[in-house]
Design a protein. Structure first.
Length: 188
């Protein structure tokens, strides 16, 4: 059937070499921090095998993709099992594929009662708001990557936090305090 849109979800360890190569090539084209194919390939294979990859396909062609990376964050003495929202890309912009992708990710999180959050630049905030995500600017100052120089890592964060809150009410709890949140991985 022509023009059929399908959502496909795969764990990182289920991705084909073709899927992995496609993701790395698009990430290099899309994200300023991704420039070296071999380095990005290694990161994907080393760090994303437990992540859930979402593909929006039209007639078996990938139109949009992104991932949810499971992460454990210790905050105020309690462990939270969350998902990092990452690498959301639409190959064809303005066709609704990105919104379909975000909805699939929100459905996945809601079904599991999990919180998902990520970071984005100012130019993408309206898209995320229209897609039903919550977008907060000031919240980004509370997160930093827990490796190397914490000041440099804090500056590496994008301008805005996007999130979908789960049953744990993690973000609500974060908003009630001024404590910093250490992200236990280099990036996602």
């Amino acid at each position: 059937m022509k023009n059929q849109i399908k959502i496909e979800i795969k764990k990182g360890n289920e991705l084909s070499e073709r899927d992995i190569g496609f993701i790395v090539k698009i990430n290099i084209k899309t994200f300023i921090c991704c420039k070296n194919y071999e380095k990005e390939l290694k990161i994907l294979k080393d760090e994303e095998m437990k992540s859930s990859f979402f593909f929006v396909k039209k007639d078996s062609h990938i139109m949009s993709f992104g991932l949810l990376r499971p992460i454990k964050i210790k905050y105020l003495g309690k462990d939270y099992n969350l998902f990092g929202i990452s690498n959301m890309v639409s190959i064809k912009k303005g066709k609704g594929y990105g919104k379909i992708l975000v909805q699939a990710m929100k459905d996945f999180l809601s079904k599991r009662g999990k919180t998902g959050f990520g970071f984005c630049s100012n130019k993408n905030t309206e898209f995320y708001k229209k897609s039903g995500m919550i977008v907060k600017r000031k919240l980004k100052n509370r997160f930093f990557y827990n490796y190397g120089d914490s000041r440099e890592n804090k500056e590496a964060m994008q301008d805005f936090v996007i999130y979908w809150e789960g049953k744990d009410k993690f973000v609500t709890k974060v908003l009630k305090t001024k404590s910093l949140i250490k992200i236990p991985c280099e990036h996602w």
